[in-house]
Design a protein around this ligand. Structure first.
Ligand code: ADP
Ligand code: MG
Ligand code: MG
Length: 509
C-alpha cells in the first residue's frame, strides 16, 4: 500500500513543470474549470466589472486511490441516501437530537424554529429532494488493506460535482496525450474512472421537477427550477455545469436567485392555499414562472443570515409549494451530532431501525465506514479523550457547521474546550482522526498560479440523489459521480472553496 506512492508522482524538470502548469491553466479556462478570483489575489480595483476568472485549484497529477475503497463508497451511496431520507422523515428522533443543541447553538435553534413555524401553518409539499455527498478517506492501519472511513455526510449545498468531472477530463487528456507526463508505471496504468456527477445531480433535480406535477397557479404558469445562490459566489462555474445540463439536456428553465433577493423576486399569493412559489425575473418583469424545485447553494452557514429578513426569506421558501433541496429538516439531519449518534457502538441499532428491509450485510458495511465519534457529556469517554493532550492528538472536534474552517484539531482541543463554558460542550462532537497513507505526494496549481508540492492527503466524495415523500416512499434514488480533493498533509482542514485543498482525480490501484 505505502509502496504505490513511492516515486509517485515522478519528479518534474523545470521545463516539464512549466509545460504542465501552462497546459492545466489554459485547459481550465477553455473548459470552465474555473472560479472567480478572490479579492485577495487581485490588486485593489483590478477588476471593477467582475469579468475575471482563474483556474480552480487543481493537482497536476491524478492521485492513486485504493480501488476497493472507491468501489465500496459507490456501492453504499444509495443506502446512505435512504438512511438520511429516513432520518429526515422521523421528526421525533431528529427532534430529540436537535433539542439538545438548541440552547447551545443559535443557528441550529433558528433552523428548527423555521421548521416549527411552517409545521404550525402546515406544510403544503410532502416531497423532499436530497443532493448528497458522502466524504471519505482511505484509512491505513498496520498490516491491513486500506479501509473506507467516512469524514462526514453532507445534506446541503454539496458542491464541486460540476468542476470535479472536468478535472477528470483534464487528467485524462494529459494521460492520453504523451509525452505530457514523465514516464511512470502508474501513469501508464489507465485513466480515472468515469465521473457522472453533473448528470446525476441534474437528473435528481429533474426528477423533482417532474414529480411536482402541473402548475398550482391560476391561471397556470410555466415551471422552472430556482438555484438559490450567495451574492458574489466565486464557485459559480461549478453550479453552471449543473444548470446547463438541466436546460440543455432536460429542457428545464433554471433561474439563479441570490438569497438576498428571494423576497424581492419571488412571491406566494395569500389567496392560493396551495402556496405556489412565483418567480419574476428582474430581466423580464412581464414574465412569471412557478418554481417547482428550490436548490440551495446558500443558507448553510450562520453568516449568510445577516438579519431577520434572511430568516424570513428562508421561511418563505420552506412554506412554499416548491420541493426543497434540502428542507430545513433534511439540512438538520446532516448535523455532525446526528453522525456521532449513528456511530455509537452500543445502544439502540439506529441503522437497522432506519433501514428496514435493507440487507443486513449492507447495514454492516455502512457501519464499517464509521470512525469512532463521541459526545462530550460528563459520563462519556469523549471528555477524557478530548481533555488529555496525548489522546486529543488523534482527534478532531466538530461543531454543527458546514463549509469548512470550523473544526478544532489535535493539540488545540483541550485548550479550546477549557476556553468555552462547559455547558456549551454538548454543541460539539469529538471524532477520531482518520489516518490516510503517510507518503502520498502531488503537485498543485493554486488559483493565483502558485505551484505547491509535497505530501498530501486526499478526500473522496461520492454523490447521490434521492427524492422521497414524508411517508418515506422513495421515488428516485441514484448514486453517481465523485470528487477527489487533495490538500497538503500539514493542513488540518479540507475545503476547496475555503482555500485549503485542490481538485484532483483518481488513478485506481
Ligand atoms: P465541513 O462540513 O465543514 O466540511 P468536515 O467534517 O468535512 O466539516 O471537516 C472539515 C475537514 O476536516 C475535512 O475535509 C477533513 O480534511 C478534516 N477532517 C474532518 N474529520 C476528519 C477525520 N475524522 N479525520 C481526518 N480528517 C478529518
Ligand atoms: Mg460538510
Ligand atoms: Mg467536509
Amino acid at each position: 500500500m505505502e509502496s504505490i506512492y513511492s516515486g509517485y508522482p515522478p519528479e518534474l524538470s523545470p521545463e516539464q513543470q512549466k509545460y504542465l502548469v501552462k497546459t492545466a491553466k489554459d485547459w481550465a479556462i477553455q473548459n470552465g474549470l474555473a472560479v472567480r478570483p478572490s479579492p485577495t489575489i487581485l490588486p485593489a480595483g483590478a477588476d471593477p466589472n467582475g469579468v475575471l476568472a482563474t483556474n480552480a485549484p487543481v493537482t497536476l497529477f491524478p492521485s492513486p486511490f485504493p480501488k476497493g475503497c472507491f468501489e465500496e463508497a459507490n456501492a453504499l451511496q444509495t443506502a446512505y441516501n435512504e438512511l438520511y431520507a429516513a432520518i429526515t422523515c422521523n421528526e421525533a428522533w431528529l427532534g430529540k437530537i436537535i433539542e439538545d443543541l438548541i440552547d447551545v447553538d443559535d443557528f441550529v435553534s433558528n433552523l428548527w424554529k423555521v421548521h416549527l413555524a411552517v409545521q404550525k401553518e402546515g406544510y403544503v409539499q410532502n416531497l423532499s429532494l436530497g443532493l448528497f455527498r458522502s466524504d471519505y478517506m482511505a484509512h491505513v492501519s498496520a498490516n491491513a488493506a486500506p479501509s473506507l472511513k467516512q469524514v462526514e455526510f453532507n445534506t446541503i449545498s454539496s458542491s464541486f460535482g460540476g468542476l470535479s468531472s472536468l478535472v477528470r477530463s483534464l487528467h485524462t487528456e494529459l494521460l492520453t496525450s504523451p509525452p505530457s507526463y514523465p514516464p511512470h508505471p502508474l501513469l501508464q496504468s489507465g485513466v480515472p474512472p468515469e465521473n457522472s456527477a453533473v448528470e446525476t445531480l441534474a437528473a435528481g433535480l429533474a426528477a423533482a421537477h417532474q414529480a411536482y406535477g402541473p402548475s398550482k397557479s391560476t391561471p397556470s404558469l410555466p415551471l422552472g427550477i430556482a438555484f438559490v445562490v450567495q451574492d458574489g459566489e466565486r464557485n459559480i462555474f461549478d453550479q453552471l455545469a449543473v444548470s446547463r445540463q438541466l436546460t440543455v439536456h432536460h429542457h428545464i428553465p433554471v433561474f439563479r436567485v441570490a438569497s438576498s433577493q428571494i423576497l424581492n423576486q419571488t412571491s406566494i399569493s395569500n389567496s392560493n392555499s396551495a402556496r405556489p412559489l412565483v418567480y419574476r425575473p428582474p430581466h423580464a418583469p412581464e414574465s412569471a414562472f412557478e418554481v417547482t424545485t428550490v436548490y440551495l447553494r446558500a443558507y448553510y452557514a450562520p453568516d449568510e443570515y445577516k438579519s431577520a429578513r434572511d430568516w424570513e426569506a428562508r421561511t418563505h421558501l420552506e412554506r412554499s409549494a416548491a420541493i426543497k433541496c434540502p428542507t430545513v429538516l433534511n439540512q438538520l439531519s446532516g448535523c455532525k451530532k446526528v453522525q456521532q449518534v449513528l456511530a455509537e457502538p452500543t445502544g439502540p441499532d439506529h441503522l437497522s431501525a432506519f433501514l428496514k428491509g435493507t440487507d443486513p450485510g449492507i447495514i454492516g458495511r455502512l457501519r464499517g465506514t464509521f470512525a469512532p465519534q463521541y459526545d462530550l457529556s460528563s459520563h462519556g469517554q469523549g471528555r477524557e479523550l478530548a481533555l488529555n493532550l496525548e489522546t486529543a492528538m488523534h482527534h478532531v472536534l466538530k461543531p454543527q457547521r458546514e463549509g469548512g474552517g470550523n473544526n478544532v484539531y489535535k493539540s488545540d482541543i483541550p485548550e479550546f474546550l477549557r476556553s468555552i463554558p462547559e455547558s456549551d460542550w454538548k454543541g460539539w462532537v469529538l471524532m477520531e482522526l482518520i489516518n490516510p497513507a503517510a507518503n502520498a505526494k502531488n503537485v498543485a496549481l493554486r488559483n493565483d498560479g502558485e505551484v505547491l508540492r509535497g505530501n498530501v492527503i486526499s478526500e473522496l466524495g461520492v454523490y447521490g440523489t434521492i427524492l422521497w415523500n414524508n411517508a418515506g416512499k422513495i421515488l428516485h434514488n441514484e448514486q453517481g459521480g465523485w470528487l477527489l480533493r487533495t490538500k497538503g498533509k500539514e493542513v488540518n482542514e479540507g475545503g476547496v472553496a475555503a482555500g485549503f485543498s485542490s481538485l484532483d482525480s483518481i488513478l485506481l490501484f
